[in-house]
Design a protein around this ligand. Structure first.
Ligand SMILES: [Fe+2]
Length: 305
């Protein structure tokens, strides 16, 4: 039938122990052998040893064997080497060097969370009581892996690989730069942008609402304020609230909530954006390190060694 979600990411880092401790504090649940689970998505993060930080593997879930066969055929038409097994189709994107593993996987099932009542001008939907958000206690627990942003040394090849090969759909485009791609009903599950070296920019993890973003970031920054990258804000493309933090290896991790959902492809009109709106609607100014990670020169040197 179709692709329906990201299943998992495998991230290589030089410092597995400290990075693992970070993701546990971020709210993912350690399972075994460097793997971490979200509340609704199961094991979605695997940390492995690598000389430099990078995304090693991206898992994508499809409905059935027909989807796998269709994707394998599409990749072969692009002259991309494909490893086809009964349970998986494996291929490497030439621009990001990421190994993509497509499997037939169960769809994610999420119990709906009702929006907490709120007050507004002339409206007291939460009458005579404190906001639920200020009474919440306990750690923030991400519900699922939402999206991944990658740097590619060959953007055209990466777009071809992910759109024409794997079958991602384009939700919106930043003129001349990058496209927001989806393999589910989420506005985006993948964005590939041009970069001087193949790199993982960030992974993004869904939480219930904007208050969970604030609570999560506050807890992470209480341990180490240097983890802060950018937030709190609201993106224009995709509409989601965001807060970006940095793991000990240098990868950014985003808490997000209230992303656009595209349930009917026919009704969504992809836009082409440029200028200030392409990055955010509101929030603090964009830090330069968000656009060009501080370790870029190091990663480039590593790629050539
Ligand atoms: Fe993001």
């Amino acid at each position: 039938m179709a692709l329906h979600r990201l299943t998992s990411v495998t991230i290589g880092v030089p410092n597995v122990d400290s990075t693992a401790a970070y993701y546990a504090e971020f709210g993912l649940s350690p399972t075994q052998n460097g793997r971490f689970a979200t509340v609704d998505g199961g094991e979605q993060l695997h940390l492995v040893q690598a000389p430099h930080r990078r995304l090693i593997e991206l898992g994508i879930g499809a409905d059935d064997a027909d989807d796998l066969a269709r994707v394998a055929a599409a990749l072969r038409r692009l002259a991309i080497a494909v490893e086809q097994k009964p349970e998986a189709v494996v291929a490497v994107d030439p621009g990001t060097a990421v190994r993509v593993v497509l499997t037939a996987a169960p769809r994610i099932s999420q119990s709906g969370v009702g929006a907490p009542p709120s007050n507004g001008p002339g409206r007291s939907d939460r009458a005579t009581c404190r906001a639920d958000a200020v009474l919440r206690a306990g750690p923030v627990r991400p519900r699922k892996l939402g999206h991944v942003v990658l740097g590619s040394t060959d953007l055209e090849a990466s777009q071809r690989f992910f759109i024409d090969g794997i079958g991602f759909k384009v939700s919106d485009t930043i003129a001349g730069l990058a496209s927001f791609l989806r393999c589910s009903t989420d506005h985006h599950n993948l964005l590939v942008q041009p970069a001087p070296v193949a790199l993982l920019h960030h992974t993004s993890w869904q939480v219930e609402d904007v208050d969970e973003i604030g609570r999560g970031a506050r807890a992470m920054l209480a341990v180490d304020p240097a983890r802060h990258v950018w937030g709190l804000g609201r993106h224009h493309i995709g509409s989601n609230f965001f807060w970006y933090l940095r793991d000990p290896a240098g990868n950014f991790t985003e808490y997000y909530a209230d992303l656009d959902c595209i349930l009917d492809d026919q009704l969504w009109k992809p836009g082409v954006w440029d200028g200030a709106n392409s990055l955010y609607s509101w929030g603090p100014p964009v830090p330069p390190s968000f656009l060009a990670p501080d370790d870029l020169a190091e990663l480039m040197a590593g790629a050539h060694s």
